[in-house]
Write a protein that binds this ligand. Structure first.
Ligand SMILES: NC(=O)c1ccc[n+]([C@@H]2O[C@H](COP(=O)([O-])OP(=O)(O)OC[C@H]3O[C@@H](n4cnc5c(N)ncnc54)[C@H](O)[C@@H]3O)[C@@H](O)[C@H]2O)c1
Length: 449
């Protein structure tokens, strides 16, 4: 094989030790690979060195610390150790602002990397990129150091599809799509993943194809959720339980699989679904194609926090209570169930709208970091769920954490207001539980329920 010649004892550098890079670095080190984790953020590197990182991903801090303790994982703010490794994985952030890719981190990382690349190395891109960026932006920047891609070093794009809450398990088990600059790059990347994580490989015929794999996947998810959200809005009006409809619809076969409608919710957040569809949309614009489903789905999903606040106001008014002066206990504020990740969380616009309407909002989240919650929401979270619930006119469940499963709202009946509404932003409760709430004098509203 042209690249990755030093088989059997592969070493790797991971550029960008954020959420994705740290997960990849920790898993590789856990599989016995010597890993150098590089990040330009000195605070992050120093936190890792002191074994106190902020990642709320289950199992990730422990795996990182065990890699660091064993010496399998080293971390640095500089690129000097890059020349020692066989494979360089790039996982820097690729945000989208005003529907445009912000490629400054990618460009800086590739420019610095080009100064440290040596012959025989393989560069694997994990950052999510619009189609063509690996070939037209990354490759020329890497060649800036004097080496030729495909001749002196290999280049492959392997989209990362892990999601918060189960990232370690997903990284260890999900098939890996690989698009390469050349067949040798694909072969080297496939060999690297086989030797290390050992998952199934899906070869793609080009880097553009692999770039589109990730984007198509997130486009589909965002679009599917938008459909579920609109279905929920209608079901709510028809007094039909949207979960019953989705569960039954999902038993219907379509081709070799089933219909798979996802769940409606208070909104879509996180760093991928809110931006990746815009990368595709922009690629369409660049090729004079209007990809109309993308803005529509984004708009529908972005409308859900306001819709949820509308449900809260409607139910409070039905109970004779204006939003002004009402206490709303918000349980779970991260963008996703069982994750402490607050990036682009829909709970933020919900809380802001409630406060603008004069509500007294109390937050409780047993998973998210309290300091991060306070920084983002400008509101110190309650230390206990009892504190948040005390005197609440409304309990809004906005993230369905397993750690909230023990919270028995019926047992807290005496501590909340006499007329109290439960607003279920995550399709949390079963029909039996909803009936139990109603028997104990709670009003209940869910998204589409
Ligand atoms: N769930 C997810 O978050 C997810 C899933 C799949 C793919 N992705 C994609 O993976 C990429 C990384 O996402 P993330 O969530 O880890 O982002 P992140 O913001 O958590 O981490 C990016 C890191 O890159 C570092 N960085 C920036 N410039 C650098 C440079 N020149 N050299 C070294 N380090 C540099 C930053 O300091 C930061 O720590 C993005 O393209 C994202 O779209 C994310």
């Amino acid at each position: 094989m042209k690249f990755l010649s030093d088989q059997g004892n592969t070493s790797a550098a991971v550029i960008g030790m954020g959420y994705v890079g740290s997960t990849v670095a920790a898993v590789l080190a856990g599989e016995g690979v010597d890993v150098v984790g590089i990040d330009v953020n000195p605070a992050l590197i120093s936190q890792l060195e002191q074994r106190s990182c902020w990642f709320s991903e289950p199992g990730l801090p422990e795996l990182l610390y065990s890699g660091l303790d064993s010496g399998r994982l080293r971390v640095s703010t500089g690129y000097d150790l890059v020349s020692e490794v066989d494979v360089v994985v790039v996982a820097v952030g690729t945000p989208v602002v005003d529907k445009e890719l912000v490629d400054v981190y990618l460009r800086e990382a590739c420019t610095e990397l080009s100064r440290h690349l040596r012959k025989g190395q393989l560069v694997i891109l994990k950052s999510t990129l619009p189609p063509g960026v690996s070939s037209n932006v990354v490759a020329p920047l890497l060649e800036g150091g004097g080496l030729k891609v495909g001749e002196d070093f290999g280049l492959a794009f392997c989209p990362e599809r892990l999601s918060e809450g189960q990232a370690l398990q997903e990284l260890r088990t999900f098939p890996i799509a690989i698009g390469g600059w050349c067949p040798d790059s694909v072969a080297a990347a496939a060999e690297f993943w086989r030797q290390t994580i050992g998952t199934e490989i899906i070869p793609c015929t080009s880097m553009e194809s692999a770039e589109m794999v990730k984007l198509a996947s997130n486009w589909w998810i965002d679009h599917n959720i938008a459909m579920a959200n609109e279905l929920a809005k209608l079901c709510g009006e028809l007094d039909v339980d949207v979960l019953e409809v989705i569960a039954a619809a999902n038993t219907i076969r379509k081709g070799s699989g089933n219909v798979n409608i996802l769940l409606p919710s208070v909104g879509v957040g996180g760093s991928c679904l809110t931006k990746d569809p815009w990368m595709v949309w922009k690629a369409g614009q660049d090729h004079d194609i209007d990809l109309d489903t993308i803005p529509v789905a984004r708009e529908v999903n972005d409308s859900m926090p306001a819709y949820t606040v509308g449900l809260i106001v409607e139910e409070l008014n039905r109970l004779g209570r204006p939003l002004q002066g009402a206490k709303v206990a918000v349980l779970g504020v991260s963008f996703k169930n069982n994750s402490g990740d607050l990036r682009a969380t829909p709970a933020l616009p919900v809380v802001a709208r409630l406060q603008q309407g004069g509500a007294d909002v109390a937050i409780f989240d047993p998973v998210a970091d309290p300091g991060e919650v306070k920084r983002l929401f400008g509101l110190a979270p309650a230390e206990t769920v009892a504190e948040a619930l005390s005197g609440a006119d409304c309990v809004a469940v906005l993230a369905r954490h397993d750690k909230l499963a023990d919270v028995d709202l019926v047992a807290s009946r005496d501590s909340v207001a006499q007329s109290c509404v439960i607003v279920d932003g995550r399709a949390y409760y079963s029909r039996e539980t909803i009936d139990r709430f109603r028997r104990h004098g709670f009003a209940y509203r869910g998204i589409g329920r």
